[in-house]
Design a protein around this ligand. Structure first.
Ligand code: THU
Length: 142
């Protein structure tokens, strides 16, 4: 990609395909709004997540945070790129932006590919989605 020359179109297309495939496994019987996420981690692996709802609605966990949980559980440490697939091509919620940022480089320069039911919609970055972020570096004492 022009902004991220280290990431190939093949990587983008793979993440998009995996996010959309994951979406079919979402557990969303209450909202019927299914979400799939796929991220490339610093270990070179791709991790996916889906939204998992609960009859106690507040226990729902978004697809992006589940993908992060899978990554951390399996040894990945940093998010390199992310694709999110929904019916209408929406961007990650605010809570997920914060959690993604925890595992992104300090500058949040992570491409985020937004996909709808028809395919690729647009590219943005975590930095654009979460400007002026709060992170671990703000807790370090000088
Ligand atoms: N959802 C996600 O999985 N990711 C987001 O970034 C936005 C919302 C899920 C949560 C819930 O299962 C459904 O979408 C409707 O809010």
């Amino acid at each position: 990609m022009s902004d991220h020359p280290q990431l190939s179109i093949e990587t983008r297309d793979r993440l998009i395909a995996e996010a959309c495939a994951a979406r079919s496994r979402a557990y969303a019987p209450y909202s019927r709004f299914t979400v799939g996420a796929a991220l490339l981690a610093d270990d070179g692996r791709v991790y996916t997540g889906v939204n998992i709802e609960n009859a106690s609605y507040g226990m729902t966990v978004c697809a992006e945070r589940n993908a992060i949980g899978t990554m951390v559980n399996e040894g990945g440490q940093r998010v390199v790129a992310l694709a999110v697939c929904t019916a209408n091509g929406v961007t990650p919620c605010g809570a997920c932006r914060q959690v993604l940022s925890e595992f992104a480089p300090d500058d949040n320069d992570v491409p985020v590919w937004i996909v709808d039911g028809q395919g690729y919609v647009r590219e943005t970055t975590l930095a654009a989605l979460l400007p002026d972020d709060f992170g671990a570096r703000h807790l370090r004492r000088g």
